[in-house]
Write a protein that binds this ligand. Structure first.
Ligand SMILES: *Cc1c(COP(=O)(O)O)cnc(C)c1O
Length: 406
């Protein structure tokens, strides 16, 4: 099975929605737009990532950690009361039950194993709300690797509990003090660090964004989500294919993982849900696919929220994980090609959905995930449909926001 996957990558004619071409393009989006000084690092990764990922010994160690450390496979839960309410069949893929509370750890486990096989001893990452920083600090502790997390000074103040978690896990959190002192500035600092430390350092990017091969690599690590969904649906319904898969999209990694093994199954409707913030046209939104124009952000060409003269627009969402002005290139291609259905949900509607799902199913979802639930109201579903929602994370981290509403 493992060698088959390698073959598929090498021989594909790149007409699928799953695989980018050799330059890392999904249709018109992707590629690697990087400073000259990063070429060596990115080229090394590009040359080796597939070979390393599909080595038997890598797959063995990766699968073992996913099972024993992350807690996979995560359950696929039939949500009876929600199904009744929407007069359809709704299954929840429980990524909230992963160690550290969300899907992000699937990717950081994969990348730390890759970094070790590349002979790296030092890990850097950037983080906005701190979720990816915590997932990275966790795997660095697990493997005894040095961990440096860049974080905007403003975000360090706003996200104190996650900063404490990272420090407790042994990571060094370095404030980014330039510009708006948020994620964008932390990303610049991380890139600067990588340029200065090309030999011993691996940069763990937290979503399906960044220069090729990151989007493809992260999508492959997260694809375990849809691989499990297929097997679990077969067991529960007699068919591997749902009619709809719904996931929220910040950069797009939980969606890429939940869609991955359905991307070329054209009967499956893929529904990506973005944050509309105060409303798509309010100027306070993160609905990137609808508002974005082609542009380069964080090393790849994609849809980017920008002004007429190409300045990146500051996004807004009540959920930190969706508060991003871009979208991964795979998703930009799904949007432009029409393969994906893109919806958006406001802050208020997401909050209402979080409270409703908590009372209806006994599961307190992350604010990001609540956007995916709220999208059910915008869809026409029937009793014949099988709908899978990627429950990307748990709501503990959002309790302060929920408490303000109560
Ligand atoms: C980070 C995060 C997201 C958004 O990131 P993607 O890369 O788009 O998946 C969504 N849900 C949760 C729970 C998160 O922590």
């Amino acid at each position: 099975m493992i060698s088959e996957a390698t073959l598929e990558v090498k021989e594909t004619v790149y007409e699928s929605f799953q695989n980018p071409n050799a330059q890392g393009y999904y249709g018109k989006f992707g590629g690697a737009y990087i400073p000259e000084m990063l070429h060596r690092n990115v080229e090394e990764l590009k040359a080796k990532y597939l070979e390393i990922m599909y080595e038997d010994s890598f797959q063995e160690e990766f699968q073992q950690l996913l099972t024993d450390y992350v807690g996979r496979p995560t359950p696929l839960f039939y949500a009876e009361r929600l199904s009744e309410e929407f007069n359809t069949n709704i299954y929840l893929k429980r990524e909230d039950l992963c160690h550290t509370g969300a899907h992000k750890i699937n990717n950081t486990i994969g990348q730390i194993l890759l970094a070790r096989r590349l002979g790296k001893t030092r890990i850097i990452a950037e983080t906005g709300a701190g979720q990816h920083g915590v997932a990275t600090a966790t795997v660095c502790a697990l493997k005894g690797m040095e961990c440096i997390v860049y974080m905007g000074e403003k975000d360090i103040e706003r996200q104190a509990p996650n900063v404490a978690r990272m420090r407790m896990l042994g990571a060094t959190v370095i404030p980014a003090t330039s510009g708006s002192k948020t994620l964008k500035d932390a990303t610049n600092e991380a890139i600067r660090d990588w340029i200065n430390n090309p030999n011993d350092t691996h940069y763990i990017i937290g979503s399906v964004v960044g220069p090729h091969p990151y989007p493809d690599m992260v999508a492959r690590f997260q694809s375990v989500i849809s691989k499990e969904i297929r097997a679990q649906l077969l067991e529960k319904t007699g068919s591997e294919l749902p009619t709809h898969v719904i996931a929220c999209v910040g950069g797009g990694s939980n969606a890429a993982g939940a869609f991955y093994h359905f991307l070329d199954e054209l009967s499956v409707q893929l529904v990506a849900v973005e944050a509309a913030g105060h409303g798509v046209n309010s100027g306070m939104s993160a609905a990137t696919s609808q508002l974005g124009k082609p542009g380069v952000l964080h090393g790849s060409k994609s849809l980017v929220m920008q002004t007429e003269d190409g300045q990146v627009v500051e996004p807004h969402s009540i959920s930190a994980g969706l508060d991003y002005p871009g979208i991964g290139p795979m998703h930009a291609n799904l949007y432009k090609s029409g393969r994906g259905t893109f919806l958006s949900v406001t802050d208020d509607d997401a909050l209402a959905a979080a409270f409703h799902v908590s009372k209806t199913e006994g599961i307190i979802p992350a604010l990001e995930t609540a956007h995916a639930f709220s999208a059910l109201h915008q869809m026409q579903l029937t009793p014949k449909d099988t709908v899978v929602i990627c429950l990307s994370g748990r709501g503990d981290k959002d309790l302060a926001t929920y408490m303000k509403v109560m």
